[in-house]
Design a protein around this ligand. Structure first.
Ligand code: PEP
Ligand code: MG
Length: 548
């Protein structure tokens, strides 16, 4: 095991001995039911209060993003609904730790159902559940001290509170066995400028004290590297940083063909307005609705949209209307049990049963847009036909919104892209769902990931069809799925005729710099190569080879 790979989430190169931090201990087995429910509940509440106070304390000692995350976690632990659920579990015969675990697991399941975007938040809830249970059991919940020299921290996963409790002054990089690109390890490592590789399952076997070279850009960990490997990685890192820093401003190919570069956001995300981008290509609004007992009010929504529009003043903001239903259920708007949730009442379809939810949301967006100078547009998720498009556009325009588009996530809407574009102003391709529905492969199933690979030539063929319709009608067709964040694939998308790319803010500099280094004609050549490849792996390898 010389070279391990994971997901590089914070670029940079570091070289030091590993220091494993073991943050979790085995919780004692407790049998239920408890003899005195009231006393057990009081003990749990005390433990929760202690954990919340500890998180608040760590928040005060940390700064910036980490402090905000810890404060939000303290609020979760203080949530009265969570406390009610714990009491309910105690009453139904669970032990103290069993009740805590069950209630947090229920919250986590609701988040997991909210889609991959929220999946990394599930790990945060698991950590909070552990903290409360460990406090109840009298176990320590602080990280053991690190060695007194520069080291690379290796852990199964790092929760925000763990990061806050580790003395990071001598940490030069982070490796975790679990976690994804939006995990808090990734967020915190980036904000501290520490190279980090997450989701590196083989790191479980890394011995303590072995020297490793961590490449946070490539997502690799080299064990006992040769001096020449270290020098090469450091040189590559330096030139990558120079290339990224050299490209700023609006997206352009080398020969000046404009491609709007936009960001995807899913909460208010303070500070994102600072990003060097042309606006927001996908504002996922689910966070306003999920895990609530009542729908967000008109005024509450107006307030939040105003804040986002203000952060992107003068720039584009495309708000996606609620994409809930089926596997992202709303407590206040129940739907029937469905055997195939992904094929059921989700996205725009929920408006068939609850039209007022969509209308109130559109009213809130329109009201906030009126008092802002952001260039606001709306789009609907999970649209399948031109008729649905027309109905959505009528509704949105009737409420006062000017620019109205739809997402193409269902192949049917791409097959009829010209008819769809006759009714609306733009199409945004949600390649995550478009891949799922094209290949009839659940995007969450690890065993089927090869189908939902965004390099699949069949998916790219659909992108080409949609882009062609847009070019013929002179209407923008963009991509806001994960496909847009892969720099080489971004070139292919541009070559296929895509006019904007929307992605996580962290992916944007690499895409911009890649674009700036290639002409439109080269992008078209890469697109032809990808389309004619027999499968995704060959398409990816061929284009990456050509791109160099
Ligand atoms: C998509 O499906 O590609 C998309 C952008 O929407 P989400 O990932 O939120 O389903
Ligand atoms: Mg989608």
């Amino acid at each position: 095991m010389r070279r391990l790979s994971g997901i590089g989430v914070s670029s940079g190169v570091a070289f030091a001995p590993t220091a494993r931090v073991v943050l979790r201990q085995q919780l004692p087995a407790e049998a239920g039911p408890v003899a005195d429910i009231e006393a057990a509940n009081a003990q749990i509440v005390t433990a929760m209060e202690a954990v919340a106070a500890d998180l608040q304390h760590r928040a005060q000692q940390s700064g910036g993003e980490l402090a905000a995350v810890l404060t939000a976690q303290a609020m979760i632990v203080s949530d009265p609904v969570l406390k009610q659920r714990i009491l309910g579990a105690l009453e139904s015969g669970e032990s103290r730790i069993g009740s805590v675990t069950a209630a947090f697991a229920e919250f986590a399941a609701a988040l997991a159902a909210a889609g991959p975007y929220f999946a990394d938040r599930v790990a945060d809830l698991e950590d909070l559940s552990y903290r409360v249970s460990a406090t109840l059991a009298g176990l320590p919940v602080v990280a053991p001290p690190l060695p007194p020299y520069e080291c690379v921290v290796v852990a199964r996963d790092l929760a925000p509170a763990d990061v806050a409790s580790i003395d990071l002054s001598r940490v030069v990089a982070i490796i975790t066995e679990e976690g994804g690109p939006t995990s808090h390890t990734a967020i915190v490592a980036k904000s501290l400028g520490l190279p980090a590789v997450v989701g590196c399952s083989d790191a479980a076997a890394l011995p303590d004290g072995v020297t490793v070279l961590v490449d946070g850009h490539r997502g690799t960990v080299t064990v006992n590297p040769e001096p020449s490997e270290v020098t090469q990685a450091q040189d590559d890192d330096r030139s990558l940083r120079m290339r990224l820093a050299a490209a700023t401003g609006p997206g352009r190919t080398r020969d000046g063909h404009p491609v709007q570069l936009l960001v995807n956001i899913g909460t208010k995300q303070d500070g994102l307005g600072e990003t060097d981008c042309e606006g927001v290509g996908l504002f996922r609004t689910e966070f306003l609705y999920l895990d609530r007992d009542e729908a967000p009010t008109l005024n509450e929504q107006i307030e939040i949209y105003r804040e986002v529009f203000a952060a992107f003043s003068g720039r584009k903001v495309i708000v996606r209307t609620l994409d809930a239903g089926a596997d992202k259920p709303l407590r206040f708007a129940p739907l029937d049990d469905e055997p195939n949730p992904a094929l059921g009442m989700r996205g725009l379809r929920t408006a068939r049963r609850y039209p007022e939810l969509l209308d109130v949301q559109l009213q809130a967006i329109a009201a906030a847009a009126k008092t802002s100078d952001a260039d606001v547009a709306v789009m609907a998720p999970m649209v399948s036909t031109p008729a649905e498009t027309l109905e959505f556009v009528r509704r949105a325009r009737g409420i006062g919104l000017v620019r109205v588009g739809v997402m193409a996530e269902v192949p049917a809407v791409v097959l009829r892209a010209a008819a769809v574009l006759e009714h609306c102003d733009f199409i945004s391709l949600g390649t995550n769902d478009l891949a799922q529905y094209t290949f009839a492969a659940d995007r969450m199933l690890g065993d089927l990931v090869d189908f939902v690979d965004p390099w699949q030539p069949a998916l790219l063929e659909l992108v080409r069809m949609a882009a062609d319709a847009g070019l013929a009608l002179n209407r923008p067709v963009g991509v806001c799925g994960e496909a847009a964040s892969d720099p080489a694939l971004a070139l292919v998308l541009v070559g296929l005729g895509i006019s904007s790319l929307s992605m996580a803010a962290t992916s944007l500099p690499a895409v911009r710099s890649m674009l700036a280094e290639h002409t439109l004609e080269q992008c078209q050549q890469y697109a032809r190569s990808a389309l004619s490849a027999p499968d995704a792996a060959v398409a990816r390898a061929t284009v990456r080879d050509l791109v160099g």
